[in-house]
Design a protein around this ligand. Structure first.
Ligand code: ZN
Length: 370
């Protein structure tokens, strides 16, 4: 079973907003959350440490994410901000949430700040006996790479050094539009602050995440940013005809990411796989992992190789089981991609690249060595 890297999960947001405990199995969390606000707003969880073990998910890009007050969806929402100071506090609290989790449960979760942290973690995972019947009993720590989604937690560029010291490694300037650039549902260009942010990010070799950036802003960033570039969670617009927002990537954008040797993580979210799909009116069975495989294949066909596609599940980031493709009960079921890709002629090496190798090679190259 190949290792999986999931390049996008809002773990801290779920922990702080809904009190989710990701050391538990997804099934256990679901039992405890029956009838709760968490399920009402964010559906049934797909994530938990035992599920990471069953699916051999070794690394998760774990976000710092809060939304501006104008996009809050419920009353009494804790993870929303009105001012940059409030954003800063929320993003900091989420980062310290990861510190507390990895300090208190180092057998289950580890912070990945450097290539040497990464190598140490991978050595542990590679010791796994693939024939072990129950790997969750003798599991391994899941590595967390910290990713800031929506950069408004950064008040001043002089803070970047401290953010880096505290373990932040990936920055996505947008969620909706931000002071730094136009984004999802709020289109617009890279702003002057955004240009300055990119220039300052270069000093620390932060990985730039283009996900959620409006296309003109993303294209300018591709031109301008001298550090590494990826898209942790984005699907292919050309495969979702009629899709009604700027959240997916055009072929032009995909090609430019490939040209910069980036990786694009595909999202197993039904609304991003079938235009107009809605949990309120459509059946889950209308979307399957075959649809997700189409997005992986599209990126590989454009690249002419298997070196630029990955997975960025976004599981629990506003949706759960009810809106994931049929056949997915927890993140462990992403392993079903292996047989689907194999049927399409992908070799074992290709499959390993897509499930984890592409993210791992970029992290090895771009993280500080120690
Ligand atoms: Zn997102």
């Amino acid at each position: 079973m190949p290792i999986i890297v999931d390049a996008h999960a809002d773990l801290a947001w779920n922990m702080l907003k809904y009190g989710r405990d990701y050391t538990r199995a997804a099934a256990e969390t679901r039992r405890l959350e029956v009838g709760s606000q968490a399920v009402d707003e964010n559906e049934d969880t797909l994530l938990g440490w035992p599920d990471y073990q069953r699916g051999q998910v070794a690394i998760v890009f774990s976000t710092l994410f809060a939304s501006p007050f104008r996009w809050k969806t419920t009353a009494n929402e804790s993870q929303v901000y009105k001012t940059f100071d409030q954003a800063h506090r929320l993003y900091r609290d989420q980062l310290f949430t990861y510190h507390r989790l990895t300090d208190s449960q180092p057998d289950k979760f580890r912070l990945i700040r450097s290539a040497s942290d990464l190598n140490l973690l991978l050595d542990q995972w590679r010791g796994v006996n693939p024939r072990s019947k129950n790997p969750s009993e003798d599991g391994h720590p899941v590595g967390l790479v910290v990713l800031m989604e929506g950069a408004e937690g950064i008040r001043e560029l002089s803070e970047l050094e401290e953010w880096h010291d505290l373990g932040l490694r990936v920055i996505g300037p947008a969620w909706v539009g931000t002071r730094y650039c136009g984004g999802w549902r709020e289109p617009g260009p890279l702003t002057e602050d955004g240009r300055k942010l990119l220039s300052a990010m270069t000093d620390f070799n932060f990985i730039l995440d283009l996900s959620h950036m409006d296309e003109p802003a993303a294209l300018e960033a591709l031109d301008r940013y001298e550090g590494p570039i990826v898209a942790t969670h984005a699907n292919c617009l050309s495969l979702v005809p009629g899709f009604a927002s700027n959240r997916l990537f055009s072929d032009r954008l995909i090609l430019e990411v490939i040209e910069r040797d980036g990786v694009i993580g595909v999202i197993p979210y039904n609304s991003y796989l079938k235009a107009g799909w809605s949990v309120k009116k459509d059946r889950r069975e209308e979307v399957t992992l075959v649809d997700l495989t189409n997005h992986i294949d599209h990126i590989c066909q454009m690249a002419g190789d298997s070196l630029h596609a990955g997975i960025g599940s976004d599981f629990d980031g506003g949706f759960g089981v009810q809106s994931a493709p049929a056949g997915i009960d927890t993140i462990a079921d992403l392993q079903n991609l292996v047989s689907l890709l194999s049927t399409r002629g992908y070799s074992d090496t290709d499959i390993e690249n897509i499930l984890s190798g592409n993210w791992i090679s970029r992290l090895k190259r771009e993280l500080p060595s120690s």
